[in-house]
Design a protein around this ligand. Structure first.
Ligand code: ES4
Ligand code: ZN
Length: 324
């Protein structure tokens, strides 16, 4: 099965590039930039990744990205991830990035964009990997700031495959960002949003009704609302589910308790994703393998899951055909 899952052409639709920062690279960049780390070794870093919930993870996630300072750092971060993904049989990667998390540290948007853009070109040329870019707004900061970031990104609008919404979900409903997402819609930029990870099914409804998203990131809590499940199925809405993330952030206790089988049973369009692979115990292949162990799924199910990801990826029809 490992061989089969490795060879299966897989697309990653839900990845935070800052969450792909492995402790080894964190140390190398800290050294290169003269940034002090509160850890003595990579082992100590990994030992600290024992999360209680989303917020306890986010605290270390924002701390870890403090080593990213130059365009070269962002390039190295993304290339490091693209190489690992390529080695796991990943053929397409859609990466979220969090401009506000860098702006608040004095790292300007052009620095981030230059580094990520160069890495995307390298990945395509060296690895044959296609990539997409999703600029995410931090929902635990105010909407005016998100709007200002969207305007500041004007030179890069053409490069954005979508905008997204991430960070601490509870108490920060999609409704807060209606105007920002309306502006993105008028600009012709597609929209996705995290909803129903820790937050209630109502947030999934809001993401659909108020933000007009074409995919829901996570969405696992939709099962608490049968009418919503019917709607998601009828609309063919895609959920980018992150199995190991949900275990590590204690959305579920064990993978065997994960609602993935029920989501599939309900006829929903589900994809498997790694979210923050450096923090949650592995990349896309590791997530596929963990699902095989937990649910005993057949090759056919994995072909379906990987196929759904390729169907709903932000790529040209020409590239979509080549990915299959
Ligand atoms: C995230 Cl797992 C998760 N949820 C929400 N926001 C995030 N940013 C990075 N990882
Ligand atoms: Zn996420």
């Amino acid at each position: 099965m490992r061989d089969f899952l490795k060879r299966l052409p897989k697309a990653e639709l839900h990845l935070h590039i800052e969450g792909s920062l492995e402790p080894e690279l964190m140390f190398a960049l800290a050294e290169r930039n003269g940034v002090a780390l509160p850890y003595a070794s990579v082992e100590e870093v990994r030992a600290a990744y024992d999360f209680q919930d989303l917020q306890s993870f986010l605290n270390l996630y924002y701390q870890g990205m403090g080593v990213l300072r130059t365009a070269e750092d962002f390039h190295d971060l993304a290339m490091d991830y693209f190489r690992r993904a390529h080695a796991e049989g990943v053929v397409h990667v859609e990466m979220h990035f969090d401009p506000q998390a860098h702006l608040v540290r004095g790292i300007e948007l052009p620095v981030v964009m230059e580094g990520l853009s160069l890495a995307r070109r390298h990945a395509e040329r060296e690895l044959g990997l296609s990539t997409a870019l999703i600029m995410a707004f931090l929902r635990d900061r105010n909407a005016a700031e998100a709007m200002a970031v969207l305007e500041q990104a004007a030179p890069y609008w053409e490069m954005l495959d979508a905008v997204g919404l991430d960070s601490a979900e509870r108490g920060n409903p999609p409704a807060k960002f209606v105007e920002v997402f309306e502006r993105a819609a008028r600009l012709g930029i597609p929209r996705v949003a995290h909803a129903g990870e820790e937050g209630p099914p109502e947030y999934i409804r809001e993401a659909l009704d108020l933000l007009d998203v074409c995919r829901i990131d996570h969405g696992v809590r939709c099962l608490e609302d049968p009418e919503l499940v019917t709607r998601l199925r009828d609309e063919g809405m895609v959920l980018t589910v992150c199995p190991l993330s949900n275990v590590r952030l204690r959305v579920v206790e064990r993978l065997a308790d994960h609602p993935l089988p029920q989501l599939l049973e309900a006829g929903l369009r589900v994809t498997l994703n790694s979210d923050d692979p450096a923090y949650f115990g592995g990349g896309l292949l590791t997530n596929y393998l963990a699902c095989h162990e937990a649910f005993g799924w057949s090759e056919e199910i994995f072909i379906q899951l990987a196929g759904t990801a390729i169907e709903s990826a932000f790529v040209s029809d020409r590239r979509r055909l080549a990915l299959r």
